[in-house]
Design a protein around this ligand. Structure first.
Ligand code: UD1
Length: 430
């Protein structure tokens, strides 16, 4: 029964080191299987999603040696199976990156249909469209996506929706296709760029990542490389909003401030002060929070993965805010939990109308998914009294040592496993 027990009310103050980007790591780990030479990857976050992917890679013969908690050597020269049918792998969305990687290298891959966060329908038609455009057949049988071809050929692909996953998957496969591929309407997220940089460091020829047209000249072979994953934009953003919500003063370190611009801009709008340096951003929340409107958009717009966190902040602002979720259709499920903490939010379709309240009050709540779970934790940190968050396994999919990092900023939070530990925490915090 792992839970977070939280006694709210302490402003978060201090510095926190941000880890490697989970979403970049998932793509880069999968891409590391595309060469027979050894690859060294640094700044891999030690979170459940990356560990599940590594386990799946090991199950097909990839050798992963951990040099330290965040550094690993990967050698994929002895892959003996192109079918990944792991019970765990279904639980992470990015398992399908092994499709693009293995299709590129071996012209065949079979991977269990992915799951991931339950935030609405998550079709994969654009991935399939991309693979087919490269000449591969794709079918779904017995819960597996099976893709194969004799020859993978470059092509011109227009994605109908801006999809991070489809851009990454098609980019990986096209890297080892013959000829040129153009991906139009590509996603521009920092992790798309990070993957392109990593593939290029292995000998790929990819240009334009970070714009909406990516051009790839296929290469027959990739070689070994040493690469450091970018910092996690969403982990950083979550701590920035934790500072805002608790009226704190937090510096997120080891970040790329440019990746945080849409987040910093919204914090400024609601009255926080922001100080940027080369690789850190400081958020000071000394005034009452103001209201604003937000629409989630593909990068460089405001990230959907920060939507629950900003809703938690706007729920405490003076005034009415409107938040429109334009990426996923079912991403307000956590609002019921926040309402139990005293929030006043009305959801209509993909819009939340938020009337700011003065404070939240602690309650027993359940994390419905990864980002909403983290947002509910920061609501708990600001709330009066005790909050107990259930189903923290979702949060641990993407945040490394979340409670420990929060503790270093002065939060009263503990990870408890038993009723007894919970009682002990209650006695301790009074
Ligand atoms: C990735 C991130 C996730 C983030 C999301 C949007 C990873 C592992 N996950 O998810 O944290 O919330 O980007 O920034 O990097 N779509 C289709 N057809 C497809 C693919 C997607 O219609 O074939 C739609 C989706 O339903 C959604 C939109 O496109 O409405 C964006 O999805 P996408 O960018 O693909 O998200 P993911 O890659 O799944």
């Amino acid at each position: 029964m792992e839970q977070y027990a939280i006694k709210g009310g302490n402003p978060l103050v201090g510095e926190v080191e941000i880890g490697g980007a989970k979403n970049a790591a998932l793509a880069i780990l999968a891409a590391a299987t595309m060469t027979d030479e050894t690859v060294l990857i640094e700044n891999v976050p030690d979170v459940r999603d990356t560990n599940v992917l590594i386990q799946a890679m090991e199950s097909i013969g990839v050798i992963v040696s951990r040099i330290d908690r965040h550094t690993m050597k990967i050698n994929a020269s002895h892959i003996h199976d192109l079918t990944i049918e792991d019970d765990y792998i279904k639980k992470i969305r990015a398992s399908y990156y092994l499709l693009g990687a293995l299709l590129g290298k071996y012209r065949k891959a079979e991977v269990s249909l992915p799951g991931g966060c339950n935030i609405g329908l998550r079709p994969i038609d654009q991935h399939i469209k991309g693979f087919r455009a490269l000449g591969a057949s794709v079918r779904i049988e017995h819960g597996l996506i099976i893709t194969e071809t004799e020859e993978l050929k470059g092509n011109h692909i227009y994605l109908d929706v801006v999809s991070v996953g489809a851009t990454i998957n098609v980019m990986m496969a096209a890297t080892m296709a013959t000829g040129k591929t153009t991906i139009e309407n590509a996603a521009k997220e920092p992790h798309v760029v990070d993957l392109a940089n990593f593939l290029n460091s292995m000998g790929a020829d990819i240009k334009g990542a970070g714009t909406d047209v990516i051009r790839i000249k296929g290469v027959p072979k990739l070689h070994g490389s040493e690469y450091t994953i970018i910092p996690d934009q969403i982990e950083a953003g979550t701590f920035m909003f934790a500072a805002a919500v608790t009226k704190g003063d937090v510096t997120v370190k080891n970040v790329i401030p440019k990746h945080l611009e849409s987040i910093s801009a919204k914090l400024l709008e609601i009255g926080c002060e922001i100080e940027e340096s080369d690789d850190a951003v400081r958020v000071v929340a000394s005034k009452p929070l103001g209201h604003t409107h937000v629409k989630t958009l593909p990068y460089p717009g405001f990230p959907t993965d920060m939507q629950p966190q900003i809703v938690v902040a706007l729920g405490l602002s003076g005034g009415t805010s409107i938040v429109t979720e334009s990426i996923f259709e079912n991403r307000f499920k956590y609002v019921d939990e926040l309402t139990r903490m005293g929030a006043s939010i009305k959801v209509e379709g993909n819009t939340a109308i938020i009337d700011g309240v003065e404070r939240y009050t602690g309650a027993g709540i359940t994390a419905p998914d990864l980002r909403a779970g983290a947002a509910l934790v920061i609501a708990g940190l600001s709330a009066e009294g005790l909050t107990v968050v259930d189903d923290i396994k979702f949060i641990e999919r993407g945040y490394e040592d979340f409670h420990l990092k929060l503790q270093t900023l002065g939060a009263q939070i503990e990870r408890v496993n038993t009723e007894r530990e919970l009682q002990k925490f209650k006695l301790k915090v009074g």
